[in-house]
Design a protein around this ligand. Sequence first.
Ligand SMILES: Cc1ncc(COP(=O)(O)O)c(C=O)c1O
Length: 387
Amino acid sequence: MKEKTNRPLLDSNLLSPPVSFGIVNQQFDLSTWESIAKDSGKGALYARNSSNPAAGYLEEQIRKLEQAEFATSFSSGMAAISNVLFALLSPGKRLVAGKDTYGGASYLFTHALPKWGVEVEMVDTLDHSAFEQAIARGCDVLYLETPTNPLLKIQDIKQLSALAHQQEATVIIDNTLATAINQQPLSLGADVVIHSATKFLGGHADALGGLVCTSKERGEIILSHKEIHGACLDPMTAYLISRGVKTLALRMKQHNENALALAKWLEQQTPVQSVNYPGLSSHSHHNLAQQQMSGFGGVLSFSLKSGEAGVYNTFKRFNKVILASTLGSVETMVGTPSTTSHVECTQAERQALGIPNGLIRCSVGIEDINEIISDFDQAINSQDKTD
Ligand SMILES: Cc1ncc(COP(=O)(O)O)c(C=O)c1O
């Protein structure tokens, strides 16, 4: 059931959270202090054991958007991913993941988790029977990202969650690209939703953060881990992200519209080889995307017939579009997998993950779409001798 949206997020009548930099609360008597210490959820002792007011406000915002029982914040998206994985797994357990996950997560799957004694099987993202077989071999955690970064592949959250639950596995979805506005994985059967809040939630490329939504029970496990591992979100950053979340629905509407328009335009351009965007009817999982998403997001990728050399030349010609290693901001930004999503991977690892070098990832902003398209037009369609 949807919660009432006008319930205040703060105990006070403040509309925005206080940004309080103090890391400790003064105590006035030992017995109250001891009772708070025994149940750290009920009062603030120290900034690492309880969310600061701005982080608490942000957690409540995202908890409502994802319709979750529980939400907590982290100092980055990667802190959220690694804390959740290390909290829910232990040596001897098994994780199954799609091959197409953000490079930082892939690095954990190929390096950190195996080193810790967790068996990891990475499966062809779109091969359902490969998932069936991998999950049947044993699965404690199923980790998926949909849409994927940077190839925009779509996975069936409902179907794969049901499969994983047959093995009593926990299903984790990285919902960074879709955001809760376009897709709500918990309602489709997933158990944990992770966001890099650095991206669309913050929305202005000025704050690094991560968020996790799940059940109260699983949340307590993640929280105990977070307290000890210490990747808390600082008050000012939490405030900036919470301010971003207030305009998230409006921004996502514009991101969705602009990305679809640019994707359709790119498909018509002669120098363009292929376009990946789940909102296009040419996308191999467009129907599934329509079922599980209410909008297709602000990220697309495409390749040029002129390959990698063409990418270098195109990047030289952009005037308005920004070359940068992030996504989800109000400005349109482009990058390549080796400078953005898979910067942590070697060329061989990117190749093994099926990520081509000549790919351009574009995070479409909320500017006037005609201005974005005209910059792409002059960058792509004005060939020079080196193309
Ligand atoms: C899909 C996805 N998940 C997680 C992350 C990691 O987030 P952060 O950079 O906030 O650590 C990123 C970063 O680009 C991402 O694109």
